[in-house]
Write a protein that binds this ligand. Structure first.
Ligand SMILES: C=C(O[C@@H]1C=C(C(=O)O)C=C[C@H]1O)C(=O)O
Length: 369
């Protein structure tokens, strides 16, 4: 399936990005300048000249254009509105049964042997409301979970109206401060429960799951192998640890290192890392082919990377997860799951439903599906 890029690489963002709100973690501001280009472009050509930090987002597709924004800081708005009502039941794309079929055939193909070890298959949920959604309000509701980084950024429009990337990511792709670097990949997930005993049992089962640990290990090895040639030291703990968000348990591994050259640009490391097998697969080329063949939509900024880069090309970048692209009365939610030979379609449908939970709650929906 060929995917169209959302706007040409040489096209600046429309003037209407200027003045728009940008939220990343605890910092809030308004766009004063907007720059468009791919991650590779900014990694090779360098950053736009600026004294300020730039906040940006790049799509899942390597080479597709994303953007960097300079912002003027402002106090975070403290207004909280109730979300608008739904005007129709959410529409899953594809239907969960079809997604399950794609999981079943991919897992069977991986079991047959061959180069592909893992591919992350995503699905989408279209939510329509009776009045326009306020993306910032959705992001502020997501930020109530202390274990995520919330975000809200303007996107280039596709039609008449403004578009927004809104979400709550738990996953650090790269933090660089001088020579010190960190990456904290997550892979392996379980839904949390309100019942404390069931919640502990879900965490314990995830921690003990050979399938999830193997899936996780592929991501850690990939990141290690990409970062190691740049590093004087790189430390990887022996096994993953449990991490929680309000709705999910994850396996995570904190990878820490010291760069041989502290001047290595953060965006160059990021361009080398993205996309990791946490969102694409292993090896990358056949994983991307499987994703392109199985997913009946364009990921755009979902499973891309977003974050902040300083004028010295240090920065903190996350994996663009648990997100929605909001346009007027429509929110398109994205969630994926890593598929390996041992994956079970019913569990992967449940895992992707669980990954919709945070955004569904922020949109005022009770249940993900
Ligand atoms: C692909 C997503 O999440 C990624 C996949 C995970 C998994 O397979 O367990 C866990 C965290 C993320 O790295 C998503 O949330 O959409």
């Amino acid at each position: 399936m060929t995917k169209q890029h959302s706007f040409p690489a040489d096209q600046g963002l429309p003037a209407d990005a200027l003045g728009q709100p940008v939220l990343l973690g605890r910092s809030f501001g308004r766009v004063t300048q907007a720059h468009a280009g791919s991650l590779e472009h900014f990694a090779q050509a360098g950053l736009p000249r600026t004294e300020e930090d730039l906040i940006g987002a790049f799509p899942f597709a390597r080479g597709a254009p994303g953007h960097l924004y300079a912002t003027a800081p402002e106090a975070m708005p403290d207004r909280r509105d109730a979300p608008p009502a739904l005007c129709a039941p959410p529409v899953p794309v594809p239907e969960p049964a079809l997604y399950g079929e794609a999981v079943r055939s991919l897992a069977a193909r991986i079991r047959q042997g061959g180069p592909l070890k893992k591919a992350v298959l995503a699905r989408m949920l279209e939510v329509r409301t009776d009045r326009p959604l306020d993306p910032l309000q959705v992001a502020l509701r997501l930020c109530e979970d202390p274990d995520i980084t919330g975000y809200c950024l303007p996107l280039p429009p596709r039609g008449a109206g403004a578009r927004w990337l809104v979400g709550a990511t738990p996953e650090l792709l790269l933090d660089k401060r001088g020579a010190a670097i960190r990456s904290h990949p997550f892979a392996g997930s379980a839904q949390r429960s309100e019942d404390p005993a069931q919640d502990r049992a879900a965490a314990g089962a995830l921690e003990a799951s050979a399938k999830d640990r193997a899936e996780h290990r592929l991501v850690v090895e990939y990141i290690h192998d990409i970062l190691a040639p740049h590093c004087r030291h790189l430390s990887v703990p022996k096994g993953p640890a449990l991490h929680r968000t309000a709705s999910l348990w994850h396996l995570g591994t904190l990878i820490e290192g010291e760069l041989a050259d502290p001047e290595t640009p953060c965006l160059a490391l990021l361009a080398a890392l993205h996309p990791t097998p946490a969102v694409a697969g292993q090896p990358l080329a056949p994983a991307l082919d499987s994703i392109g063949a199985a997913e009946p939509f364009e990921r755009e900024f979902y499973a891309g990377t977003l974050g902040r880069v300083t004028a010295q090309n240090d920065g903190t970048w996350y994996v663009t997860l648990r997100c929605a692209i909001i346009e007027g009365c429509l929110a398109r939610l994205f969630a994926g799951a890593g598929i390996v030979g041992a994956s079970d379609p019913v569990s992967e449908i449940a895992e992707t439903s669980a990954k919709f939970t945070a955004m569904c709650r922020a949109l005022g929906l009770d249940t993900p599906d």
